[in-house]
Design a protein. Structure first.
Length: 160
């Protein structure tokens, strides 16, 4: 199994954004030049320079990689299930398992082109097929804060 949907990409991110009228060819060329120097992800460069909004980036990445965009804001998350995964996966790699069935585990991520978090999530899925879902950086931060709070409460129960 390939560690990333990036291997299946047909259209490039810049082409999708230009096609949607969200970016000009000139802006894309400038961002790609910067990418050559900094080795950053193109999406990160575009966001940093306020060339596109994160929502537009997520929609373009979703189209490019065939991964749905979800919201974690009002979503019920079973923290007992999440606890089965390493804090490293969640806190360092920003991969949050959000649901599971008999065959799959759905993991929320912020960047489908970053292969290392996806590879780590596959390792921790314990034989289940990995399904990816895109979320915004802000929603990931908020969900990780909820995870931290859950872990703090559970840790304090252990020592009482």
């Amino acid at each position: 199994m390939s560690p990333s949907p990036a291997h299946n990409i047909q259209r490039r991110l810049g082409e999708i954004l230009i096609g949607k009228g969200l970016l000009t060819q000139l802006q894309l060329e400038a961002a790609l030049e910067r990418q050559k120097r900094t080795k950053e992800f193109l999406g990160a460069i575009l966001l940093k320079n306020n060339l596109i909004e994160e929502k537009c980036l997520l929609e373009a990445l979703s189209e490019q990689c065939g991964i749905p965009v979800i919201s974690l804001k009002n979503r019920y998350i079973d923290w007992e299930f999440v606890k089965q995964f390493s804090p490293e996966l969640i806190l360092d790699y920003k991969c949050l398992p959000v649901e599971k069935d008999d065959w799959t585990v759905t993991v929320a991520i912020t960047n489908p082109l970053d292969v290392w978090p996806i590879k780590k999530a596959e390792e921790e899925a314990r034989g289940l097929k990995l399904k990816l879902a895109l979320v915004s950086e802000e929603e990931m931060r908020e969900a990780i804060e909820r995870y931290r709070e859950f872990m703090r409460k559970n840790t304090s129960k252990i020592f009482k």
